[in-house]
Design a protein. Structure first.
Length: 620
């Protein structure tokens, strides 16, 4: 040890300024702020590196796992979480068989989605036959107006079977506010059943029945700070409703469960869950008082559900990469349970194979990576501690804004919540259209040869059974980020002829190769067949080769300087026999346009609108 201490004493720790000076040298004059500082959608900047001194004013850094305000998790000695899989129950006996099967395959939490018309004692008994609820978490979702009835049936069933009621854990998903947001219907009268539901479950203290389904906001394209801030306001609204109905604040808080989405922003999502626990503990303390400091009522219980918003129909196995990093974020953030959305959810009822893979994604993290053994792995990371504080500040600002406006329910009934989320969705779709937000396999690096093989986008189904008319209030737009590109590509696929885009590569080797690769990726996003080439000696040779290949589109790929030499002759020689595109935005663009060249593609192009225009020109 003495030698080790001597070794470190021989080196002087560099200061932050010395690091910055070194970075400035390596940047060779490039702007530090533009090149290395990440400007988030959450309203703050993220630096390329952090040091201990950056955390000196953060109070939460000194907290411990299992202690108020729970930024480091609810548990002190492990990071166990429930591996949950949801089952849509159309037939009680079939659902029961499936539940028993997956319980033997690593699942220890079941989610049953039951139609309201099926809520009766015989149906529930068949559904739960052979399942021992003291060893597995059970979660139920049904029509909001049938939740109290379902609770009474469950209590009676568990008592009849002699199960230890105090040990049972689970939830009933009662959340009328979600229906206001998703269906645009004012169902506030149903809120009166919240107290009745809690009373019906009084013999099941481990059952949470008042749910905050902010996953709906996540699946509608909400930014991370929006899901956080709105989830807190949503939960506070339910605390107000319950306490005004006569439920003690402590009992009310113990019955609330948060079902939150988790998106692909790895470090930010870890920070979101840590910040959420910290802020929720402070909110509960305002209702309960200092008793919350040593009471489990101030603990936030979270089920994390991997996002559907960023899933894709094409190149759908990339969804596995997305959901795996999302699951890692949730696990490292110490959530209580996780649902991994199967990779094929965008286009079909998930298959047995897809569900098995989804289960195994969690089991891999537990059994092979041992994520369940360590508490708050991210604690102490300068970057994550900073992100936790920064995202907490932005989420808290939004929470306060909602409270000052009258609370979450009032804002939901005014349409303000939905309008804000839909505005974010529109902004993200616009960013995807211009490739400022990448969707791997869709607007960036699409699979050139893939076809849909009959896949069509899935529409969501209601657990209540049957259709429901939309209400008068605005509704969340749940169009996935890739949906517009998929519509475009499916239309191309259904055309009489798949358009062929031919790369007329000529001139500077490096530039023509780079621009050909860019153009192939750009045009393949619409489902065009792209044909790259090694290069041509003359534009006439290139055009002849394109026409021989029956090309519908000819893309000239060269350097900016050489376009002045090659573009107009190539365009004139092609003579309207195919669409002509210039890859890039050269200085001579105005001269090219004056010669009749209309089409240019480059990094600043709106890819979606450009491809739509090309489809229109091609008669698709």
């Amino acid at each position: 040890m003495a030698n080790k201490e001597k070794l470190f004493s021989e080196f002087q720790a560099p200061t932050t300024q010395e690091w910055l000076d070194k970075i400035e040298v390596d940047l060779k004059g490039a702007d530090f702020q533009k090149r290395l500082v990440w400007r988030t959608n959450e309203g703050f900047n993220v630096q390329p590196f952090y040091r201990r001194e950056d955390l000196k004013d953060l109070k939460a850094v000194d907290s411990l796992p299992g202690e108020f305000p729970y930024v480091r998790g609810n548990k002190k000695d492990n990071n166990l979480w429930f591996v949950r899989q949801d089952i849509v129950v159309d037939d009680a006996k079939a659902a029961n068989a499936k539940a028993l099967d997956i319980l033997n395959k690593g699942v220890d939490s079941l989610g049953f989605k039951i139609s309201g018309k099926d809520v009766n004692a015989a149906f529930v008994a068949t559904l739960l036959d052979g399942i021992l609820p003291q060893y597995v978490e059970l979660n139920f979702k049904t029509c909001q107006r049938h939740c109290v009835e379902l609770a009474e049936i469950l209590v009676a069933y568990f008592k009849e079977k002699g199960y230890p009621l105090a040990e049972l854990k689970g939830s009933i998903n009662f959340d009328p506010i979600e229906k206001i947001l998703k269906k645009g219907k004012d169902v506030t009268p149903v809120l009166a059943q919240a107290k009745m539901l809690i009373e019906a479950l009084k013999e099941l203290p481990g059952y949470r029945c008042i749910n905050v389904n902010s996953v709906s906001l996540n699946n509608a394209g909400a930014y991370i700070y929006q899901e956080l801030g709105y989830a807190l306001a949503w939960g506070a609204e339910y605390l107000n409703v319950l306490t005004e109905a006569g439920v003690s604040a402590c009992d009310a808080a113990k019955r609330i469960k948060f079902n939150m989405g988790v998106s692909e922003n790895y470090f930010m999502e870890i920070a979101k869950f840590r910040a959420a626990r910290m802020l929720w503990a402070q909110i509960v303390r305002q209702f309960v008082g200092d008793e919350a400091l040593n009471c489990t009522c101030s603990q936030m219980h979270v089920c994390a559900i991997t996002s559907e918003y960023n899933q894709t129909l094409f190149d759908s196995y990339v969804n596995l990469l997305r959901s795996q990093t999302e699951t890692m974020s949730a696990a490292l953030a110490n959530v209580d349970s996780i649902v991994v959305t199967p990779f094929d959810k965008p286009y079909e009822q998930p298959t047995e194979f897809a569900e098995r893979i989804a289960r195994n994604q969690q089991l891999l993290l537990k059994e092979e990576a041992h994520f369940d053994k360590l508490v708050d792995v991210s604690g102490g990371s300068y970057t994550i501690e900073h992100l936790t504080d920064a995202i907490a500040q932005e989420g808290w600002k939004l929470f306060l804004a909602v409270e000052e406006a009258g609370g979450f329910l009032a804002e939901a009934l005014k349409g303000n919540i939905v309008n804000a989320i839909n505005a974010s969705n529109d902004k993200r779709h616009a960013a995807a259209a211009t490739r400022k937000e990448f969707i791997l396999g869709t607007n960036q690096f699409p699979n050139f040869t893939e076809t849909s093989e009959g896949k069509e986008p899935q529409s969501c189904a209601c657990c209540c059974g049957g259709g429901h008319e939309a209400g008068e209030l605005p509704q969340l737009n749940t169009a996935r980020l890739a949906s517009e590109f998929e519509t475009l590509r499916l239309a191309t696929e259904k055309a009489k002829k798949q358009p062929i885009a031919f790369m007329l590569t000529i001139g500077n080797l490096a530039m023509r190769q780079a621009r050909a690769q860019f153009s192939c990726n750009f045009l393949a996003a619409a489902g065009y067949k792209v044909m790259d080439n090694l290069g041509f000696k003359t534009v006439e040779e290139g055009v002849d080769a394109a026409l021989k290949a029956n090309a519908d589109i000819v893309v000239i790929c060269s350097s900016d300087d050489e376009y002045a030499e090659y573009a107009i002759p190539a365009f004139q020689y092609l003579n309207g026999r195919a669409m002509f595109i210039v890859a890039g935005a050269p200085a001579c663009s105005e001269d090219l346009k004056a010669a009749g060249i209309e089409n240019f593609i480059h990094v600043k192009s709106n890819q979606l609108e450009t491809l739509r225009a090309y489809n229109a020109k091609l008669g698709i």
